[in-house]
Design a protein around this ligand. Structure first.
Ligand SMILES: Nc1ncnc2c1ncn2[C@@H]1O[C@H](COP(=O)(O)OP(=O)(O)OP(=O)(O)O)[C@@H](O)[C@H]1O
Length: 255
């Protein structure tokens, strides 16, 4: 049986710059996998290839055994790959619920139009999703009024509206207060476990990585240099060497 996500020898070059080279891994339903690495390691390029924003120079990406290499973001999304971004992508003047409804509408293959009555579309489903992320009470508020942590939870509901089997999360806790980070990461882990969603996330906060990832993959200069449990990665000599001086693995300042 094939894994949920299979990545085989994925590569992307820009002229002479090998942003990503020979990256291979698999991800199973319910797994929460962190993709970490120093600045410029190739994390964003990998993500952009997985959701179809960038066409790979070489390699294959399969979802449930179906080749999705080279497909664009709408097709990739329809196949079941959701994504949240480092900079949240919501409509500020719409209510929290309407933001989720727009995503549900798009998922149903219907474009948003001012003539269609958005207010009546899939209200229950939108409310269920907001409940799932703990945002039901804010349903009628304009998204632009939300605190940052709440906005991230709304963004998660928007991504879940596409019924993803694989969720790509780009630095999910960036810019959040420590308490909010814990809430979001626990929610992500719970959703993965309960709904069997595979999660791949990038993160600079190593506490979040070591506490919530079931597996950690380390990229350096475009190549995977280590893969393993958080405990193994924390003690890996090669990984330590890559991060030496950045003080990232243990939250200590560099020399
Ligand atoms: N469009 C592009 N043209 C040329 N080089 C690029 C382009 N996009 C990325 N690169 C290069 O590819 C490498 C990987 O970049 P990428 O943004 O994927 O790294 P990253 O791990 O996401 O970094 P960060 O943690 O800083 O976001 C870098 O050397 C970067 O300069």
């Amino acid at each position: 049986m094939s894994a949920l996500l299979e990545v085989e020898n994925l590569a992307k070059s820009y002229g002479g710059v090998h942003a990503v080279r020979g990256v291979s891994f698999a991800l199973e339903p319910g797994e929460v996998v962190a993709l970490i690495g120093p600045n410029g390691a190739g994390k964003s390029t990998c993500f952009n290839m997985l959701n179809g924003q960038i066409r790979p120079s070489a390699g294959k990406v399969r979802l449930d055994g179906h080749d999705m290499t080279g497909l664009g973001p709408p097709e990739v999304s329809r196949l079941g790959v959701g994504r949240t971004f480092q900079i949240t992508a919501t409509f500020a003047t719409m209510t929290v619920r309407e933001n989720v409804q727009v995503s549900l509408l798009a998922q149903a293959g219907r474009a948003f139009s001012p003539w269609r009555r958005l207010a009546a579309f899939a209200v229950d489903r939108a409310t269920d999703l907001l409940e799932l992320v703990g945002m039901a009470e804010a349903a009628a508020r304009p998204a632009g009024e939300l605190a940052y942590g709440d906005l991230k939870r709304l963004e998660l509901a928007i991504a879940l509206a596409t019924s993803p089997r694989l969720l790509l999360m780009d630095e999910p806790t960036a810019g959040m207060a420590p308490g909010e980070r814990i809430i979001l990461m626990r929610l992500m882990a719970k959703l993965a476990k309960e709904k069997g969603i595979g999660v791949l996330f990038t993160e600079h906060d190593m506490d979040a990585v070591f506490e919530h990832a079931t597996r950690v993959m380390v990229l350096d200069r475009g190549q995977l240099i280590a893969t393993g449990t958080p405990a193994l990665i924390r003690e890996d000599a090669t990984v330590k060497a890559v991060y030496l001086g950045e003080g990232l693995l243990y939250g200590e300042p560099g020399p």
